[in-house]
Ligand binder design. Structure first.
Ligand code: AOF
Ligand code: ZN
Length: 375
């Protein structure tokens, strides 16, 4: 068995491979796998590419066999960020495939939170494999936190994305907001989008920016586009209501509202859903439950203005915050947040497991609301 330090290096590679997956794998997890020979040299790599397809471990083993033949797996090490599955789902259990392969060492990042598929580690341990587990466990968990959340929660895992200046402004006082952050940060937003099942914006953002909400700067599966338009007042000419991705558009209006774009959007394959409102705004918790139940959305990226961002925080509907900070000042501009329910310092909304990463000229803060290990 290789050292823990080496195992961590290969696990980091598994996470890179897993990150190639976009929402095409949803609601399944993002998984990458590396296979090493008995001398610790890499024989092959695989990743889970599409819902219903081969699991990462099987993909990697198949590639090794095709390239080098069956015999090279004798005495090999398999590294994977998620516990190999132990169930008959759309594919047979990976544990079975591994057991017949000649592999002897298994290195795993995290246990499978899916109660139906877990048990692989115990199974492999009792079958006599050398097992090393919990390698880069927190990183593995954070990569698949939407998948873990999906197992127990009634709504999608929600990521809030904000782009602001050093002094917390997302626009000037006359509403100018394009662009606060630089090119590199804007590109990385497209990567965040391609990792999500759906992107949601409020009517203010839809009206002001007329965004396409595509992943055009990176290749990948187009996520669903959800437009919050409680009063149904947005113009039918907005791109999300008439471009080639309209089948991926869901407009959300309050109960009893039929917006002008309704027929046009439905004819083009899009959706209009009515959600009960509270204090003249669409009830966000109800909407979120519906997005899971009806549209099977596991990870939701919200690109919000101040009203929506603040409402989400008040309703405790933010699980991860991505905050881009540009090295600029605006002064008297529009602030990212309004009332978020904090009066006393002890009530501040705090983030866990956070990181700060330079992205071009800007800085990206990523923080989580839920602890690791999960409670
Ligand atoms: C994946 N890809 O690489 C791994 C998974 O219905 P199935 O047969 O595709 O099984 C899905 C479950 O298998 C999934 O929820 C997870 O618990 C487990 N592992 N799934 O899609 C993979 N390793
Ligand atoms: Zn599997």
């Amino acid at each position: 068995m290789i050292s823990r330090t080496l195992a961590e290096q290969w696990m980091a590679r598994c996470l890179e491979l897993a990150s190639k997956a976009d929402s095409a794998v949803s609601p399944n997890p993002r998984v990458g796998c590396v296979i090493l020979n008995s001398g610790g040299v890499v024989l092959g790599e695989g990743w889970h590419q599409k819902f219903g397809d081969r699991h990462a471990e099987v993909h990697a083993m198949d590639l090794v066999r095709e390239t080098h033949g069956d015999h090279v797996l004798q005495g090999a090490t398999l590294v994977v960020n998620l516990e190999p599955c132990n169930h008959h789902g759309k594919t047979p259990p990976c544990t079975e495939y591994i057991s017949k392969s000649g592999i002897v060492n298994i290195i795993v990042g995290m246990q499978d939170p899916n109660p139906i598929a877990t048990g692989g580690l115990d199974q492999l341990t009792s079958a006599g494999f050398n097992v090393m587990s919990g390698v880069l466990e927190e990183k593995c968990y954070r990569l698949n936190e939407p998948f873990a959340f999906w197992q127990t929660q009634a709504r999608p895992f929600i990521t809030l994305k904000i782009a602001q200046t050093l002094d917390g402004c997302i626009a000037t006082s006359n509403g100018e907001s394009q662009w606060i952050t630089g090119d590199v940060a804007r590109l990385s937003v497209h990567t965040l989008r391609r990792e999500s099942d759906a992107i949601l914006i409020g009517s203010g953002t839809a009206q002001a920016d007329d965004p396409e909400l595509t992943v055009r700067h990176v290749s990948g599966t187009q996520p669903m586009r959800i437009i919050l338009d409680g009063h149904g007042k947005l113009p039918p000419s907005l791109r999300v209501f008439c471009d080639s991705w309209t089948p991926k558009t869901i407009a959300v209006v309050a109960e009893g509202i039929s917006p002008m774009y309704q027929d046009q959007l439905i004819d083009r394959g899009g959706n209009v859903i009515q959600v009960p409102s509270k204090y003249s705004h669409v009830d966000l918790p109800t909407l979120m439950n519906l997005l899971k139940d009806q549209f099977h959305i596991q990870s939701l990226l919200i690109e919000a203005g101040p009203q929506l961002a603040s409402a989400l925080l008040r309703d405790d509907l933010v699980d991860r915050l991505h905050l881009f900070i540009a090295p600029k000042l605006i002064g008297n501009g529009l602030h990212a947040f309004q009332n978020i329910g904090v009066t006393y310092l002890k009530e501040c909304i705090k983030f866990k497991g956070h990181s700060w990463r330079p992205v071009g000229d800007d800085l990206l803060f990523t923080g989580y609301r839920h602890p690791f290990p999960p409670e």
